[in-house]
Design a protein around this ligand. Sequence first.
Ligand SMILES: NC(=O)N[C@@H](CC(=O)O)C(=O)O
Ligand SMILES: [Zn+2]
Ligand SMILES: [Zn+2]
Length: 349
Amino acid sequence: MKTLTIRQPDDWHLHLRDGAVLEAVAPYTAAHFARAIVMPNLVPPVVTTADAAAYRERILAALPEGSGFTPLMTLYLTEATQAADVESGFRDGLVTAVKLYPAGATTNSESGVRNIEAVYPVLERMAAIGMPLCVHGEVTDPAVDIFDREAVFIERVLTPLRRRLPELRIAMEHVTTKDGVAFVRAQDDNVGATITTHHLIINRNAILAGGIRPHYYCLPVAKRETHRLALREAATSGEGQFFLGTDSAPHVDPLKESACGCAGVFNAPNTMACLAQVFEEEGALEKLEAFASLNGPAFYRLPPNERRIRLTRHSEPIETVRKVTAGAETITVFDPMSPIHWKVEDDAS
Ligand SMILES: NC(=O)N[C@@H](CC(=O)O)C(=O)O
Ligand SMILES: [Zn+2]
Ligand SMILES: [Zn+2]
């Protein structure tokens, strides 16, 4: 039986939500991952260091007994964010990064940034103290086709931002296009990119061909096959700028299976198994550790985890969790549309 032992992975882009959903989903991430960058797009958002401290306590309370999982907190950047608050949260070790949502770009982004000029004082302070900015990289201009919004964001927002503040450390979140991959490669190591599990597995046909499938709808929306192949190539290259951010984004089923369904794919329970499968298909199992466990800590200037996990390939397909219960509702787990043979044998919970 094929086995693979790697340093314990981290998730550099995760939605844990709050309340009953937090309680339902947190144990799945804590079972496999040592740390995660926790997204701040709650309602209301996690804006101040005090908000992040309170949210961190709620997350810790939702973890199973004895879990060693560490949530790495982020602040939701608004045009009213105070540079002094951001700096004090970072210096205290309570806050790891700030998240930029262009207003209206994605789930719960209405309080995000409309005019980037308004947040330059905060960005300048972050550049000075070496604090990373996580970016949802899509323009919201309704005139721009939804499949082009990442490429246009690179041209209109990221390129000028890089020119103006080259020392600012930027994580381009959930990169979904070959344009995004090329942009990141053309930058110095102040720029990194997360890649999700599902964007390595699905293209836009999964959402639209043969019926509309809301559980494959997320933002940035999955693109055509050439882009998926570029993401696979980047993720399995081992290059330090690319690392895992699952963007596991749970929404209860009634909010997904609706005439106007929410964006987000919940993949935390089977992410590591899916990734082992992807890396095996690409003949790159030896690069999985770099992608999931080494490149992210290097970008965030944190030590890699000392603990190891073991993945095993079984000849028979593995039965995986299909739905998770949260309060009175269910949340559907990402279905990779082909049998999964890998299993994390040694979970960290
Ligand atoms: N990825 C998504 O489709 N949704 C995320 C928001 C985000 O990461 O853009 C969510 O919070 O649901
Ligand atoms: Zn996003
Ligand atoms: Zn996200």
